[in-house]
Design a protein around this ligand. Structure first.
Ligand SMILES: *[C@@H]1O[C@H](CO)[C@@H](O)[C@H](O)[C@H]1NC(C)=O
Length: 288
């Protein structure tokens, strides 16, 4: 009995290591599943994007140009980012050399970016909303011809003639600089009657940003719209700047009213520097 009792106790201790190990494993797995369950609840908006119907390697057979119709052929790959707002992403829209060239000409005359003021707003009350530096350059002013090529390509990607575009606004955001969420379109209720309206915006990222500087759509698909949105959190659909890539989104619905989900901002740059060329596209032709 004594020896049996001893052997039981000894057996418990002998069996101890593997069973403790199994027990640990059990609780580890339990914790793992539980935490993954909770983390899924924490971040309901992170979904994998499924790559469908894309075969980038495969060439397509272009239609032969006829007697009429456009005689150019441009392949512009894009990814649909969102329907609310209607946003498209264009990888490798411009070359590294083109981006460098645009930065070079813009650097010469950068000035603090300004804001269109709403009724009752002054430069003092809007201080800090937009802290970047920038400059407006029209394609015709760029003697290198790069902005002209980019403008042509944007016109093709949007199917909106380049005569509808404002001059390029080239912007630089340094560490800590940002642009709080705003609409590119002007709501007449806030800005007064408008002669024309911004329909779409095309952003060409001219630099990579080590950290921060994302373009953010906080209301994408209707999220964050009910509570008071805290800009400092920079949550929503975020687009990380990548040199040469383009982002297009539409500010207006097809009936001409402003799409509330087109509100967007530029998250503060945390490391590095952000350069971006913006093209605002209007519903009527612009005088040069
Ligand atoms: C315009 O279109 C949007 C989206 O389809 C819709 O929600 C809105 O009610 C429309 N507004 C008017 C004035 O027709």
């Amino acid at each position: 009995m004594k020896s049996r009792g001893k052997s039981v106790t000894g057996g418990l201790w002998n069996l101890g290591l593997p069973s403790i190990f199994l027990l640990c494993l059990f609780f580890f797995l339990l914790g793992f599943f539980a935490s993954s369950l909770f983390s899924q609840q924490d971040a309901p908006n992170v979904r994998p994007r499924v790559l469908a119907s894309v075969d980038l390697e495969k060439d397509f057979d272009p239609l032969p140009t006829g007697e009429t119709g456009d005689n150019s052929l441009t392949s512009i790959p894009f990814q649909v980012l969102s329907w609310y707002p209607r946003a498209l992403y264009f990888p490798n829209f411009a070359s590294i050399e083109q981006c460098q060239s645009i930065i070079k000409i813009a650097k010469a005359d950068l000035e603090p970016s300004s804001l269109a003021l709403r009724k009752g707003e002054t430069e003092e009350t809007t201080n800090g909303i937009r802290t970047s530096s920038g400059t407006f350059i029209s394609a015709s002013e760029d003697k290198t011809g790069v902005l002209d090529l980019i403008e042509e390509k944007i016109a093709k990607a949007t199917m909106i003639p380049k005569t509808h575009g404002e001059a390029f606004n080239i912007l630089r955001y340094e560490i800590g600089q940002r642009y709080q969420s705003h609409y590119d379109a002007f709501d007449p209720a806030q800005y007064g009657p408008q002669k024309s309206q911004r329909v779409a915006s095309f952003l060409l990222y001219l630099s990579d940003v080590e950290e921060g500087g994302e373009t953010v759509f906080p209301f994408e698909s209707g999220q964050n719209m009910d509570s008071k949105y805290d800009f400092s959190k920079c949550i929503g659909l975020k687009v990380k700047p990548h040199r040469g890539d383009g982002l297009l989104f539409y500010s207006l619905f097809l009936n001409g009213t402003i799409d509330p989900t087109s509100i967007h901002g530029s998250c503060p740059v945390i490391r590095g520097e952000k350069w971006v060329a913006t093209k605002w596209i209007r519903n009527i032709e612009q005088d040069e």
